[in-house]
Design a binder for this molecule. Structure first.
Ligand code: NAD
Length: 334
């Protein structure tokens, strides 16, 4: 595939999609971005940006016309708070987006289609302990994802496999494990744990509060992967010949309490943690990167400390700007 190839990134107004557009531009591709919204925090570098609702068949046809490759990232999604309380909306919207984007890609003669799935496809029964065994790709069956979000991702993984077998469309499937970085949602309800904790720490620092709230006992564990590694891995997978689903994440396990402490250290503050009821997702989740290394000859390398440093700096800036618009008493650290 020549570097002048025309590629589509759906969800280009969102966190990963926006970063991916920038990465692909720097790699020399012609890029079309599609989303219902433009990026919130920076201008898109896409050659062409279409605002389209991909739940509509005609929008999917327009979006995939004249491109050779599709990175399918558009989804109605958010952190645990959102995912655990919007099951019908997520299942309906993401099914419509995914089924129709894939079919439109086939009809329009797209050569390669990369679908962004999630570690949320893995069964709940393998993630009951904070000291979880890292998840291998084949651990996904027998299936029992925790939420509608994961079930929908799993069905679309299978749809990609069948489109490859039945129609010869070269599909690629990536399973992300908690991607984080600047220019992503950090407040409003869709933010994920790293961004939410950066915001809480920044607010506490700036209003001189002594503590932050943590959902649950904070002993639940995850691994976190910085956005620059994520987009590099996506591109490597698209260029590879590996058609089966592949984990993409870090394999360093850390508790949510540990993550909060690390962010407070980066911010240069000491904060207490108040544990409150809230959605926590599975008890523990980590990525087994054996196959990732085998297939791509590469694995994410940016350390959690380095990624959090960049992310915290950006979120503190956002919080500072927001607090400047609001009376001090209105901005709680919780
Ligand atoms: P995001 O919410 O920032 O981006 C998704 C984008 O899709 C948003 O800009 C949204 O407006 C767009 N979208 C939603 N409905 C649409 C519609 N009907 N038509 C067109 N666009 C629509 O999320 P993200 O973190 O950038 O995630 C990108 C992809 O990666 C998603 O498919 C997500 O499920 C998957 N994923 C992300 C993570 C993570 O840690 N961020 C983890 C696992 C999987």
């Amino acid at each position: 595939m020549s570097r002048q190839a025309r590629v589509l990134v759906t969800g280009a107004g969102g966190f990963i999609g926006h970063h991916l557009v920038g990465f692909l531009k720097r790699e020399g591709y012609w890029v079309r971005g599609v989303d219902v919204k433009t990026p919130e925090y920076a201008r898109s570098e896409a050659d062409e940006f279409m605002r389209l609702d991909l739940r509509r068949q005609e929008s999917c046809a327009e979006a995939t016309r004249g491109v050779e490759e599709v990175y399918a990232l558009a989804a109605d999604m958010g952190g645990m708070g959102f995912i655990s309380s919007h099951h019908s909306q997520i299942l309906r919207n993401n099914t419509l987006i995914d089924v129709q984007t894939l079919e439109a890609a086939r009809v329009n003669g797209v050569k390669r289609f990369l679908y962004t799935s999630s570690a949320c496809v893995y069964p709940e029964y393998r993630q009951m302990s904070a000291e979880v065994t890292p998840l291998k790709e084949e651990d996904v069956y027998p299936a029992q994802p925790q939420d509608a979000y994961g079930w929908e991702k799993l069905i679309t993984e299978r749809l990609c496999m069948h489109y490859r077998q039945d129609y010869g469309l070269e599909t690629r499937v990536v399973r992300f494990h908690n991607i984080f970085g600047p220019l992503g949602s950090w407040d409003g309800g869709r933010e994920k744990a790293p961004a939410a904790l950066c915001r809480k720490v920044a607010v506490a620092k700036l209003v001189e509060a002594k503590e932050i709230e943590i959902w649950g006992d904070g002993e639940q564990t995850r691994s976190f992967c910085y956005i620059d590694d994520c987009v590099k891995g996506l591109h490597k997978l698209m260029r590879s010949s590996h058609a089966e689903p592949l984990n993409l994440g870090q394999d360093r396990l850390i508790s949510i309490n540990g993550l909060a402490d690390l962010i407070a250290e980066i911010a240069g503050v000491r904060l207490g943690k108040v544990h409150v009821p809230g959605p926590q997702g599975v008890r523990g989740r980590n990525s087994d990167n054996t196959r990732l290394r085998e297939v791509l000859g590469w694995a994410p390398a940016i350390s959690l400390e380095e990624g959090l440093g960049r992310t915290y700096a950006w979120i503190e800036e956002q919080v500072r700007a927001k607090l400047a618009d609001r009376p001090r008493s209105a901005a709680g650290a919780r």
